[in-house]
Design a protein around this ligand. Structure first.
Ligand code: GTP
Ligand code: MG
Ligand code: ZN
Length: 353
């Protein structure tokens, strides 16, 4: 099997050539267990570690392209020599009291924001996910699962449309093969899709239904008592029939927006558009005179909940930014800018602008 099957291409080749030390073998991280990384290389799957003096800018994560070399003795794990600059990075504010950023996955082209239709849509949570994904440099798509458990599918999709502006919406059921085939048709060979959403929405079920190279664990595989509560415990990259790559992730309980750049505006294009009519160019849409957003809110042209959600996400990201160590932050932001620049050249994204 060639590395191309894992997403390798000429652009990565060029990046690797420009990176020292060049003696390493390129490989892609497919899984991580504490301080051991499973790396897909041309000759096969190897286990690698970071040595203490490694000059890597950031801790590698699933999806990263890295350079590795065999350990000093054949029994040793391989050594990570370098991490290629990331094209995109799905990141969140660290859970709990942490003020740092946690990168969940790298070099992701598309993120499926997964929500189950067995419960009412949580629009505020979806807005949060969309902002985080846009901020990552990847392109979001909404995947509504368990459509077999939904009585008013059209109504649910219409509701989702009110917040998923310019974002494709797909519906799927694990017991409807046709719906799975439709979803499968949207996948492209060698592109990387990460699945994100709360526990139990059916992320791993989808990975398996779409024909993954290895079985992802789902709730049933562990017995009924688990009820789909945090069945998946690590992020893992799978090859899918047809050549796409899927990153399954554990259910996310808390997804904090870590930085606020273009992500928020992309997730709220309606507010962005209204903002053009504000008197002040740096209007924060709070209590400023001549604010077109506040006016639209008062007249009911835009849902107050939505404006509230926007303000809340912005405040949260700004708070996170103030708490973060400025030096670490500067480095992360620099890396992040590259990701956003890549987004502008994304074939999918280009067509939509
Ligand atoms: N009725 C119905 N059940 C589904 C569907 N998709 C998944 N399920 C069930 O939902 C439960 C949870 O599915 P998982 O795939 O393990 O969910 P997950 O999102 O991977 O959960 P975590 O790994 O905990 O994050 C399982 O019992 C699945 O059989 C669907 O489309 N319809
Ligand atoms: Mg799972
Ligand atoms: Zn305003």
């Amino acid at each position: 099997m060639s590395l191309v099957d894992w997403g390798w291409n000429d652009a990565w080749e060029a990046e690797a050539a420009g990176l020292r030390p060049a003696e390493g073998l390129p490989g892609r991280i497919v899984a991580q267990d504490r301080d051991r990384w499973s790396v897909q290389t041309e000759p096969g799957l190897v286990t690698a570690r970071l040595v203490s003096n490694a000059r890597v800018p950031s801790r590698p994560v699933v999806g990263d392209w890295i350079l590795v070399a065999p350990g000093p003795s054949p029994a040793d794990p391989w050594t990570v020599l370098g991490v290629l600059p990331r094209r995109s990075r799905l990141a969140r504010g660290e859970a709990g009291t942490g003020s740092d950023e946690q990168v969940l996955a790298a070099n992701v082209d598309v993120v499926w924001v997964v929500h189950g239709l067995d419960v009412p849509l949580n629009l505020r949570r979806l807005e949060r996910y969309l902002a985080v994904v846009w901020e990552s440099g990847a392109v979001p798509e909404l995947v509504l699962t368990k459509s077999d458990l939904c009585e008013d599918l059209e109504g649910a999709v219409a509701e989702a449309e009110t917040i998923a502006l310019g974002v494709p919406i797909r519906t799927v059921s694990s017991i409807d093969a046709e719906s799975v085939a439709r979803l499968s048709d949207t996948l492209r060979p060698q592109t990387t899709v990460a699945l994100a959403g709360p526990s139990g929405v059916g992320k791993s079920t989808l990975v398996n239904l779409l024909g993954s190279s290895a079985e992802a664990q789902t709730a049933e595989a562990r017995g009924r008592d688990r009820k789909g509560r945090h069945t998946t415990t690590r992020r893992e990259l799978y090859r899918i029939e047809g050549g796409a790559l899927l990153i399954d992730t554990p259910g996310i309980r808390e997804l904090r927006l870590w930085s606020v750049d273009e992500g928020l505006d992309r997730a709220f294009p309606d507010i962005e558009e209204l903002a053009a009519g504000c008197r002040f160019r740096d209007c924060r849409h709070e209590a400023e005179p001549g604010c077109a957003v506040t006016e639209a809110e008062a007249s009911g042209r835009i849902a107050a909940d939505r404006v509230h959600s926007y303000r809340k996400l912005r405040a949260e990201a700004e708070y996170q930014a103030r708490k973060t160590d400025p030096i670490a932050r500067k480095a992360a932001v620099a890396e992040h800018k590259t990701a956003l620049k890549t987004l502008k050249h994304h074939p999918k994204y280009r067509g939509e602008d």
